[in-house]
Design a protein around this ligand. Sequence first.
Ligand SMILES: NC(=O)c1ccc[n+]([C@@H]2O[C@H](COP(=O)([O-])OP(=O)(O)OC[C@H]3O[C@@H](n4cnc5c(N)ncnc54)[C@H](OP(=O)(O)O)[C@@H]3O)[C@@H](O)[C@H]2O)c1
Length: 324
Amino acid sequence: MKAIVYTKYGPPDVLQLKEVERPTPKENEVLVKIHAASLNAYDWHLLTADIFLVRLMGGGLLKPKNTLLGADIAGRVEVVGRNVKQFRPGDEVFGDIAAWGNGGFAEYVSVPENALALKPANLSFEEAAAVPMAAVTALQGLRDQGQIQPGQKVLINGASGGVGTFALQIAKSFGAEVTAVCSTRNLDTARSLGADHVIDYTQEDFTQNGQQYNLILAVNGYHPISAYKRALTPQGIYVMAGGSTTQIFQAMLLGPWMSKNGGKKMGNVSAKQNQKDLVFMKELLEAGKVVPVIDRRYPLSETAEAFRYLGEGHARGKVVISIN
Ligand SMILES: NC(=O)c1ccc[n+]([C@@H]2O[C@H](COP(=O)([O-])OP(=O)(O)OC[C@H]3O[C@@H](n4cnc5c(N)ncnc54)[C@H](OP(=O)(O)O)[C@@H]3O)[C@@H](O)[C@H]2O)c1
C-alpha cells in the first residue's frame, strides 16, 4: 500500500510517499481502508521534533521510532479480527489512532475497534476525518476541565483554527454566550459558526478591556497567565489547550500554584482519545449543532505541501488529506 513515511526529524521535505506492507488485523483489530485523514499540530510536533519532549517521550531520541504519521482518519472497514464485536466489513468509521501508533497518511491501517466509532451519517469522509483530535480536545477542555454551563460567558482565544472552530460551536451547543477571538480575516467565519461576540486580536487585547468571563479556553496565541486570570469572574476557570510555548509552560507550571487559594482556577487540557467522546461528537454533528470547517484538501502525494501550509500557523479550520 502507499503511505507517507519519514525516517528523520525535519521540515516537511523529509516526508516520502512509499510502498509499504499492508497491515494484517490482529484478533481485536479492524482493518480500515482510509478515505481521508486530517493534520493536527500533534503531527507537526512528531515530524519536526520542535518540542524536545517528543524525543524523550517515545518518539525516538535521534530519529523517529515510528516512521508513520497521521492520527485522524475516516474510512471503511475492510476486514475484522475474530474478536471484533462492534464493526462489520463495509461500516464507515472515523477515529483518532494516535494511541495506536498513527499511520493515517496511508491507504490502510489496522487498529483496535475501540479507537473507532461509526462515521456521522451526514458527513463526507473528509469532513469526518477533520473531527476526532481537534473536536475531542475542545470538548474535554470545555466540558471536563472547564465545567461549562448554559448561560455562561465563554471566551475562546484562537477561535479560527482546527481546535478553535470546534470549541466555538461546542460551547454554543452547551448554551454558552460565546466570544470568539481571532484576526480580522476570520471574524465573519466566527460569526457564521455562531459566535455571539467577536474580538479582533489585531485591534484589541481582550485581557485589557475590563470584561470578565466564566470560562476561557486558550487555544492559540499568547497572553500572560496573570492577564487571563484578570479576565475571569471570581469563580472563573481558565483552560489552556495550546498556543505559544510560553503560554503552555505558564499554564502547566504556574497554573496549579495560582489556583491554590480557591476562587479562580487556572488549568489545562491534555486530550485523551476515547470512544465515548467520539460518539458524543457524532451525535452533535448529526444533529447539525457542529459543522467541520475545512480550509484545504490535498491528495496523499501532496502531504508535505499540506504540512507546509499547516506549519504557517494560519489554517482556517482543518487541513485534510484525501485518499482513495
Ligand atoms: N491539549 C491538547 O490535548 C491539544 C490537542 C490538540 C491541539 N492542541 C494544541 O492546540 C493548539 C491549536 O491547535 P489547532 O489545531 O487549532 O491549530 P491550527 O489549526 O494550526 O491554528 C491555526 C489558527 O490559529 C490562529 N492564530 C494564530 N495566531 C493567533 C493568535 N495570536 N491569537 C489567536 N489566534 C491565532 C490562526 O488564525 P489567524 O490566521 O487569524 O491568526 C489560525 O486560524 C496547538 O498549540 C496545538 O498543539 C492541544
